[in-house]
Write a protein that binds this ligand. Structure first.
Ligand SMILES: [Zn+2]
Ligand SMILES: [Zn+2]
Length: 273
């Protein structure tokens, strides 16, 4: 299997200091200029065109979401009808009106997200965002702006970047919508992955504050991974209260809460931080 021993087995290091991260960015930029472009997932040398940064073979084999709930992006069985909300959304609809995730949070997407967040492997910004771009281009008329899910400023300073902001900026450049930092995270929250599903809503309650002077009417949130949707739900709630008419979610990957809970117990889950 080509994904097991290429670049997707980095020594994940958390808390990379800001200066190291900036140096890594500069080194990546130089390497990108000097070296041939390679597939972000398997390392295959690609062309400097639409085949980069994800080669055709990886695009074919990645864990695509397939049929999913249009409200929360939860993958549904192949037999599910189009536009049919899942049972959870029927019982307790989220505050966002729709959600889309091109990929499931499974290997090698989970490794890519961890490499991006904890190893500052920023090639996975275009690699993941490019996989969401076709959908965004189809949807572009339905939205006014992209809003990245903010990190608390201390966490962002420690990491050197906010992965959701990097994804939103890339998608803005290529998708034709402005990216707006409309909100900040005003208090530090525990990583959602450390909490059981029923504690996640309380963990993020009141975590966000809108800072944009005027919130556009139709806001599309951008994040890397969505699990229970509580983080995006809380941010959507405050944006709606601040004047947005509709809030949707575009995340690169959708994780399933039940699987994540099992992963937490074994200490293997990525953290939504
Ligand atoms: Zn590849
Ligand atoms: Zn749903």
């Amino acid at each position: 299997m080509r994904w097991t021993f290429r670049r997707l087995v980095p020594p994940f290091r958390q808390g990379r200091p800001r200066l190291v991260s900036l140096g890594r960015r500069a080194a990546d930029a130089v390497a990108d200029f000097v070296l041939p472009r390679t597939c972000a997932f398997c390392g295959a040398i690609g062309r400097r065109d639409d085949d980069w940064p994800v080669c055709a073979a990886c695009r074919r084999d990645l864990p695509w979401t397939g049929a999913a709930c249009p409200r929360c992006a939860r993958p549904l069985g192949a037999a599910a009808g189009r536009d049919l909300a899942c049972g959870r959304c029927l019982v307790r609809p989220p505050s966002f009106s729709s959600a889309y995730a091109p990929l499931r949070y499974a290997f090698p997407v989970d490794a890519a997200v961890k490499a991006l967040k904890f190893n500052a492997d920023l090639v996975f910004v275009p690699a993941l965002a490019a996989l969401a771009l076709p959908w965004l281009r189809q949807q572009v008329r339905n939205w006014d702006c992209l809003v990245p899910v903010p990190l608390h400023r201390w966490r962002q300073a420690r990491r050197g970047f906010n992965q959701a902001m990097e994804l939103a900026r890339w998608l803005a450049r290529h998708g034709g919508l402005p990216a707006v930092d409309a909100a900040v995270r005003r208090r530090r929250t525990r990583p959602q992955s450390e909490l059981p599903a029923n504690a996640r809503r309380a963990n993020v309650r009141g975590a966000f504050r809108v800072v944009a002077p005027a919130v556009p009417a139709r806001v599309l949130l951008v994040d890397d991974v969505m699990t229970t949707g509580e983080t995006c739900g809380e941010l959507a709630r405050v944006l709606l209260a601040a004047g947005a008419a509709e809030v949707g979610v575009l995340c690169m990957a959708r994780a399933m809460p039940a699987l994540r809970a099992a992963a937490v117990q074994t200490g293997t889950a990525g953290s939504k931080v």
